[in-house]
Design a protein around this ligand. Structure first.
Ligand SMILES: Nc1ncnc2c1ncn2[C@@H]1O[C@H](COP(=O)(O)OP(=O)(O)OP(=O)(O)O)[C@@H](O)[C@H]1O
Ligand SMILES: [Mg+2]
Length: 233
């Protein structure tokens, strides 16, 4: 059988933030992680351990201090801002810890935004996909609402749909069920688990043991390194 493509590879990635008066904050101290198509990984860890930092680096939004990151085999170190943005738009979907919906746009407009990143118009196929995904997260009747008219959980679900609109190969989700009640979190967990089966590479940062249990691998970020319960990361 053909091996699934390794979509994301992080090799001995470190990240430290220089501080004007005092020692640098060392957040990541050698993170090594490979995620292939169809794999799902949960990352847990205490607040401040660097989970969001790790996702931002994996998603090309922030640069590592040292070590290498490869997305679909391409080393990010060799890419300029424009090439990075292009790779990000085509390959990576983000669900941020704060959902970052634009308040002046409707739900439908918000979820279609990434589809506009390449310039031009949104195709009717993409419109149909947006509608279908909104239905799937039970937001079909909220497409015309603005974010200020949504609950926290509804905003979070809209953010998941937005992350999926460009059919990313890699989905990075930072506490996607953080503001959801039990039923809504379960429904979103179902959607995320389905995506893994559809061949996405999925990395989910979560405090929820239930959501973590639905991912194929579970890793803990402790002292700047990933520790696996199921063998080496
Ligand atoms: N721009 C920055 N400058 C300096 N320190 C930073 C910066 N961004 C993050 N940090 C520090 O890096 C550490 C990791 O932050 P990060 O947001 O990655 O944590 P986290 O694991 O996502 O936490 P939480 O679970 O609370 O979301 C924190 O101690 C934070 O204060
Ligand atoms: Mg965080």
């Amino acid at each position: 059988m053909k091996q699934p493509e390794t979509l994301l590879e992080m090799d001995r990635v470190t990240k430290s933030y220089p501080m004007p008066d005092g020692p640098a904050v060392e957040v990541l101290r050698g993170v090594t992680l490979a995620v292939a198509a169809g794999e799902s990984v949960a990352i847990v860890g205490p607040s401040g351990s660097g989970k969001s930092t790790l996702l931002n680096i994996a998603g090309t939004l922030d640069a590592a201090s040292s070590g290498s990151v490869r997305v679909r085999g391409r080393d990010l170190a060799g890419l300029d801002e424009r090439a990075l943005a292009d790779l990000r738009t085509r390959t990576i979907g983000f669900v941020f810890q704060q959902h970052h919906l634009l308040p002046q746009c409707t739900v439908l407009e918000n979820v279609l935004l990434p589809a506009l990143a390449g310039g031009g118009r949104v195709s009717s196929r993409t419109h149909a996909k947006a509608r279908a995904l909104l239905d799937r997260v039970a937001l079909g009747d909220r497409a015309g609402h603005r974010p200020g008219q949504l609950s926290g959980g509804e905003s979070q679900r809209a953010a998941v749909v937005r992350a999926l609109i460009n059919d990313p190969a890699i989905l990075l989700a930072d506490e996607p069920t953080g503001s959801l009640d039990h039923a809504a979190a379960g429904a979103l967990g179902d959607l995320l688990a389905d995506l893994g089966r559809d061949g996405l590479a999925l990395i989910v940062v979560t405090h929820s043991g239930e959501l973590a249990a639905r991912m194929k691998r579970r890793l803990s970020l402790i002292d700047g390194r990933l520790i696996s319960g199921d063998g080496p990361a």
